[in-house]
Ligand binder design. Structure first.
Ligand SMILES: [Fe+2]
Length: 387
């Protein structure tokens, strides 16, 4: 039921409109002066107020101002007998919703004014509720977005710090790998130097074999890591010759059966020397197998076919070619053509066919030649780390 507060000092008029409104299902609260009217307004919170303008103590303008201040959404209709235009204007300026003149001949007009004000009030409230709801939604969404943004920013920060940590770890790892690799290169170079100091022929031979083996492996598409292993293995593949008396190694002319047997111990001796060193490549195995032959006719173990490491098959061919191309204490150089003939004739039998083909292609088409200058350790190392 709609609550109407009617404030008017004219008892008969007030009673009349109250009776009419109650007949029309309104609940009416009456007050005969401004002060009391405001009190009742606060206590009852009516849906609409009808207020007289001219009243003792507190006039309608004052009541109007107080109500507009307290509850701007409550419709208030001014009722007055003066009809003076400035009263009407002042009432509307202060926030009255409508203005009705006394006496009221047509109560229907009063009800119409009430209905119009109540409808407008309802729309305003609805509009406010709608707006508040929207504002609430916007606030909620904004908060959600803010929270999500915070989460993302935090995740991003975390990710960045993880990336930085990982980069630092990678760089540390790279540094220690570099230093490890330098250590390995240093070790190998030192071993190679020991061989060379004792036996310059073998020293130079090992450098050449390393160079040719690496070139063959590169041409055959071996990985950079494998290339390093093959190069280093080539550089010390004859280390086992340390176990062979130097007189036999540098002896000019033919050697005896016994001497030959002693020389043939060097792959096994090389293995014994190298097997305990933890290289990242099968260097000890390559040294052990570099005199094995594809058909099983090699030594020390008579391995054949795939039992021989691919790296060993490469070093084997490079070893034979280099030996024939250069002078040895026991014979003069045989030259490139004889070397090429030797590996061609035994292609697929003693020597790996792919390795032989690649080696021939390197000399015939790719203008391969041995570096006569001795490479320093730094040059050897940087030739790999530059890749
Ligand atoms: Fe050898």
């Amino acid at each position: 039921m709609i609550k109407v507060l009617t404030i008017d000092d004219e008892d008969i008029f007030r009673e009349n409109i109250s009776a009419f409104l109650e007949d029309n299902d309104y609940h009416v609260i009456q007050s005969d002066n401004g002060e009391d009217g405001l009190e009742r307004f606060k206590k009852t919170a009516p849906d609409i107020v009808l207020c007289d303008l001219k009243m003792p103590k507190m006039d309608g303008f004052q009541v109007l101002e107080a109500i507009v201040r307290q509850a701007p959404e409550t419709p208030i209709i001014m009722i007055s007998g003066t009809g003076a235009i400035h009263d009407v204007i002042e009432s509307l300026r202060l926030g009255a919703w409508d203005y009705i003149l006394k006496p009221i001949y047509d109560m229907g007009a009063l009800e119409h004014a009430l209905g119009k004000a109540l409808e407008r009030s309802r729309l305003i409230r609805e509009n406010r509720r709608h707006r508040e709801h929207l504002e609430e939604e916007v606030k909620k969404r904004t908060q959600e977005i803010q929270e999500r943004t915070n989460e993302l920013q935090m995740a991003n920060r975390q990710l960045n710090s993880e990336i930085n940590e990982r980069k630092a770890a990678e760089s540390q790892l790279k540094n220690s790998l570099n230093s490890l690799e330098k250590t390995i290169a240093g070790t190998i170079s030192t071993i190679s130097l020991i061989v060379e100091m004792r036996d310059p022929y073998t020293g130079g031979h090992q450098r050449h074999v390393a160079q040719l083996s690496q070139a063959i492996a590169q041409e055959m598409g071996f990985s950079d890591e494998q290339l390093k292993g093959i190069y280093y293995a080539g550089l010390i593949h004859d280390i086992g010759k340390l176990a062979v008396p130097i007189e036999i190694l540098v002896k000019p002319g033919p050697i005896s059966e016994i001497e030959n047997m002693m020389i043939r111990t060097h792959p096994q001796a090389g293995w014994e020397i190298l097997k305990e060193i933890e290289f990242p490549w099968p260097i000890a195995e390559i040294a052990l197998q570099h005199h094995e032959r594809l058909d099983g006719s090699g030594y020390p173990h008579g391995l054949s076919g795939d039992d021989i490491l691919p790296e060993s098959r490469i070093v084997a061919v490079a070893d034979v070619v280099e030996s024939m191309m250069f002078h040895r204490p026991y014979r003069a150089s045989l030259g490139l053509e004889v070397a090429m003939e030797e590996i061609s004739a035994n292609r697929g039998q003693l020597y790996d066919a792919g390795v032989v083909d690649t080696c021939i292609r390197l000399f015939r088409e790719k203008d391969f030649h041995f570096d006569s200058e001795e490479q320093t350790l730094d040059e050897i190392f940087s030739s790999f780390s530059d890749r």
